[in-house]
Design a binder for this molecule. Structure first.
Ligand code: ATP
Ligand code: MG
Length: 380
């Protein structure tokens, strides 16, 4: 008998028709990346994927973070005879918590002499004979005992929910504007989960924002990396831009003009590094700069699609998501960010594009953007 991790991938991948092979190859590659440093073997049996590794817990912990995998199960591989299947099914059932169960059998090899329904019936009866206080419920069982008959037989009942989504790297790329806050790491996670390759840009206003603030953003990028593998993190200097805006523009227009600069730099970096789109952690109405008018005015500077996956989410739900993905505790560390240092008392909530364009025209926009890009540092 071998104890294996059964990998179940997201049902959406099955819908890809002719492209299914491409998605599977990506997923396989991503599994290899995440399993680096762990001794393991990849086992295939008629389309099913299994991982054999010494440290099953470590294997499960890593595999459940791979996008495109919907579930991992602890499966026992045994020979294809009813006696072995019965014994293992009973062992699995005894480990489960609950009063009702159902046996589900899949027969990939139709040459196996007993059909699936009959296998389920026989195994169910055997479990009932050898246990107390549990019964069968085919509609809403507390737990399932799964049996798959392939070249070998596999029995499993322990199922661990994984991330789901699409294999990382199957859906283009984005430049995530990653601040040290709660929202943007969640936005990045959501895009990556749909298979979009992440690059991150952080606007750093040294010395107004400290080294610690920059380290915090690196830590957040590292947490995202535990799902995706390596990520480029660009740190773009932003001090001069902010200083010029403060010096030359009206106080109530600072934030929106600053945001337009951030968007321009994110787009230019995207162009330079061949990244398809930009992503932000904005959510409609959350703060003064995230009004519809504000978003329209900052979006105007973008030359590629800008995605805001949190746009319709409530803050409490974003916070829950941050806890779940593991970024929350880092995000709430109190290091200042460049937007909190220079917050106007009464930022415009209904900026008008023509007015803002006119206001910022006294700045040498192209030169400021170019300088920031030229001095951007790359970490990965
Ligand atoms: P977050 O929690 O992500 O910081 P926020 O609620 O603080 O968001 P803002 O400060 O208005 O909101 O920023 C909105 C979005 O702009 C952020 O989600 C992020 O995508 C981007 N952003 C803001 N500041 C920076 C920065 N210093 N570097 C990179 N991106 C930034
Ligand atoms: Mg912020």
């Amino acid at each position: 008998m071998r104890k294996l991790i059964l990998v179940k991938y997201a049902p959406e991948i099955f819908l890809k028709g002719l492209n299914k092979g491409k998605f599977e190859r990506k997923l396989m590659n991503n599994i290899k990346n995440v399993m680096k440093g762990v001794e393991y073997d990849f086992v295939k049996d008629e389309g099913r994927w299994f991982i054999e590794c010494e440290n099953i817990d470590e294997g499960v912990n890593r595999m459940k973070k791979v996008f495109g995998i919907s579930e991992v199960c602890i499966a026992y591989e045994i020979s294809r005879d009813m006696e072995s299947i019965k014994k293992q099914a009973l062992t699995c059932a005894l480990k489960c918590i609950g009063n009702t169960f159902k046996v589900v059998t899949k027969r990939a090899d139709k040459k196996f002499p007993i059909n699936s329904m009959e296998v389920s019936r026989l195994i169910g009866a055997y479990i009932l004979e050898n246990t107390k206080n549990i019964s069968v419920d085919v509609k809403k069982p507390d737990f399932l005992v799964n049996i798959e008959i392939r070249d070998n037989a596999y029995v499993y009942s322990e199922r661990i929910k994984a991330e789901g989504g699409m294999p990382y790297g199957t859906n283009g790329s984005t430049m995530l504007m990653l601040s040290g806050g709660i929202d943007s790491p969640v936005a990045g996670y959501m895009m990556a989960r749909r298979g979009v390759i992440l690059n991150c840009v952080y606007f750093h206003s040294h010395p107004y924002t400290s080294e610690r603030a920059k380290e915090k953003v690196k830590d957040l990028a590292n947490i995202l990396k535990s799902y995706t593998g390596s990520i480029n993190l660009f740190v773009a200097p932003f001090t001069e831009i902010q200083m010029q805006i403060i010096e030359k523009c009206r106080e109530d227009e600072l934030t929106i003009i600053m945001r337009r600069f951030m968007m321009r730099i994110a787009c230019k970096l995207a162009e330079k590094y061949d990244v398809d789109s930009v992503t932000t952690g904005e959510s409609i109405g959350q703060v003064a700069s995230q009004t519809m008018a504000g978003l329209v005015v900052s979006n105007d500077t973008a030359d590629r699609p800008v995605f805001r996956p949190l746009i319709a989410m409530d803050k409490v739900d974003i916070m829950d998501a941050a806890r779940k993905i593991g970024t929350y505790n880092t995000s709430i560390l109190p290091y200042e960010d460049c937007c909190t240092i220079f917050v106007p008392k009464h930022p415009k909530t209904k900026p008008r594009l023509e007015e803002i364009k006119k206001a910022e025209s006294i700045l040498d926009i192209d030169e400021l953007v170019k300088k920031s890009i030229d001095n951007t540092e790359l970490f990965n």
